[in-house]
Design a protein around this ligand. Structure first.
Ligand code: DGL
Length: 278
């Protein structure tokens, strides 16, 4: 592999800013990689849209990253990962890392009792993305899934340790908890932000799976396998692109990433709409 290929950036896309929780994991696992992040903040949420729309948006998001000359794409959005992977793999030849497979594998490894809980957006849960992936290799495992749509705005509002979040978590998690799961997959990019509240509600005995950790590990393996990991010994750059710049963008992004950010660029949504026709 030539030097030029190894120094290309890793592309990461999400429906909005939730994928920054995955970027955070990538930065600690692969600090010398350059990253281009695209967050579709103008069209978020994907979790309440039809599969057709999520597939169409995901193809556009990936094409945007391909145009930035990325060497690998991380589909950091669980909703996109649950419906768009076959279409993305058919259209693009770069390696693709998605959230469902890696999160499911991590949950299978973690469970002792064989009872796994999964929380995510309505789309991810209605598509039975995680239970299908888990049962593919181990049909004996019991999987209990619950949609927790209000967790997304709560995380974006920064209501991490807040009575409203605790109340909603109690309501959403009651059934999964009743099933006595010992492992809970945080099957949405926003949820790691609320991990403290979710852990407190589920109890210390329940292991939370942050798919971002598993995804970063999978990226490292893929880069090694293909010998395209950055050879540079200096920390990489992160460039952020968003399709809308919400007022609180920097504040929320810094909350998700846990560090100061700059390099934020706005992409005209019309450019995205036409990006596949060029
Ligand atoms: N990024 C989405 C996910 O991980 C959550 C936000 C949305 O609904 O778009 O499923």
């Amino acid at each position: 592999m030539n030097f030029f290929e190894t120094e290309k950036p890793i592309g990461v896309f999400d429906s909005g800013i939730g994928g920054l929780t995955v970027v955070k994991r990538l930065l600690s696992t692969l600090p010398n990689e350059n990253i281009v992040y695209f967050g579709d903040t103008a069209r978020v949420p994907y979790g309440s849209k039809s599969n057709e729309t999520v597939i169409e948006y995901s193809l556009q998001d990936a094409q945007f990253l391909i145009n930035k000359n990325v060497k690998l794409i991380v589909v950091a959005c669980n909703t996109a990962s649950s419906v768009a992977i076959p279409a993305l793999k058919e259209k693009f030849s770069v390696p693709i890392v998605e959230m469902i497979g890696v999160g499911s594998d991590a949950a299978k490894k973690a469970t002792v009792s064989g009872k796994i809980g999964v929380i995510g957006t309505r789309a991810t849960i209605n598509n039975k993305a995680y239970s299908t992936a888990i049962h593919k290799t181990n049909p004996a495992l019991e999987v209990y899934e619950a949609a927790c749509p209000l967790f997304v705005p709560l995380a974006e509002e920064g209501w991490i340790d807040h009575s409203a979040t605790r109340l909603i978590a109690r309501e959403y998690l009651a059934e999964v908890k009743e099933h006595g799961v010992d492992t809970l997959v945080l099957g949405c990019t926003h949820y790691p932000i609320l991990a403290g509240t979710i852990q407190a509600e589920m109890g210390e005995g329940v292991k939370l799976i942050d798919s971002g950790v598993a995804a970063a590990d999978q990226v490292r393996k893929e880069l090694d396998r293909l010998a395209i990991g950055a050879r540079s010994a200096v920390p990489g750059n992160v460039d952020f692109y968003v399709s809308d710049l919400p007022q609180k963008f920097s504040e929320i992004a810094e909350l998700f990433l846990g560090r100061k950010i700059n390099n934020v660029h706005r992409v005209d949504p019309e450019v995205l709409q036409n990006i596949l026709n060029q």
